[in-house]
Design a protein around this ligand. Structure first.
Ligand SMILES: CC(C)(COP(=O)(O)OP(=O)(O)OC[C@H]1O[C@@H](n2cnc3c(N)ncnc32)[C@H](O)[C@@H]1OP(=O)(O)O)[C@@H](O)C(=O)NCCC(=O)NCCS
Length: 139
C-alpha cells in the first residue's frame, strides 16, 4: 500500500535515501520536509515493511520529483512505477519535472516509461556526472 510518510518512518527513509545519495542524511532533513505543506513523501509498504518512497515538491501547477528509491531486493517489481502513478493520479498538476544523473540508466528508463522527455542537460551538476532535466506535461 501507499501512504504518506510520518515521523515514525524517518529512520527507514534515511536508510533508503542512502541508495540515492550517499550524503542523503546531511542534505535532507525529513522532519523539516514533513513540516512543509508544499513537500510530500509517500511510502510504499508491504507487510509493515517500507520498500520504497517518493519525495516531491509542489509549486503551483508544477510537481518536482526530488527523490525516489526502492530497496535493492525489491526492484523490478513495479514499486517505483506505482509510486509515480500514485503522484500522477492524486496531485493536481500540469507539469512534472525532475533531474536525473545521466549515468543512472535504470531511473532514466523508468521516467521514459512514464513519458518524461529530456528537455535540458546541466553539465557537471553532480560530482560524478551531468544532470538530465526531464519533463512530463499532463496530456
Ligand atoms: C530507479 C529505481 C527507483 C527503480 O525502481 P523499481 O521499483 O525497480 O522500478 P520499476 O520496477 O517500477 O521499473 C519500471 C521500469 O523502469 C525501468 N527500469 C527499472 N530498473 C531498471 C534497470 N535496472 N534497467 C533498465 N530499466 C530499468 C524499466 O523500464 C522498468 O519497466 P519493466 O520492469 O517493465 O522493464 C530503483 O532502481 C532505485 O531505487 N535506484 C536507486 C535510487 C535512484 O537512482 N533513484 C532515482 C534518482 S532520484
Amino acid at each position: 500500500m501507499i501512504r504518506e510518510c510520518n515521523i515514525d518512518d524517518i529512520d527507514l527513509i534515511n536508510q533508503l535515501g542512502l541508495l540515492v545519495n550517499k550524503n542523503f542524511i546531511s542534505v535532507y532533513n525529513i522532519k523539516d520536509i514533513l513540516d512543509r505543506d508544499y513537500e510530500c513523501i509517500y511510502i510504499y509498504e508491504e507487510n509493515n515493511t517500507i520498500l520504497g518512497f517518493i519525495h516531491i515538491e509542489k509549486h503551483f501547477e508544477v510537481i518536482d520529483l526530488i527523490n525516489i528509491a526502492v530497496s535493492e531486493s525489491s526492484r523490478r517489481k513495479g514499486i517505483a512505477s506505482k509510486l509515480i502513478q500514485y503522484v500522477l493520479d492524486t496531485i493536481d498538476h500540469e507539469n512534472f519535472l525532475l533531474e536525473v544523473n545521466s549515468n543512472n540508466d535504470s531511473a532514466i528508463e523508468l521516467y521514459r516509461k512514464f513519458n518524461f522527455k529530456e528537455i535540458n542537460i546541466r553539465k557537471k551538476y553532480y560530482d560524478d556526472g551531468d544532470a538530465i532535466v526531464m519533463e512530463r506535461r499532463k496530456l
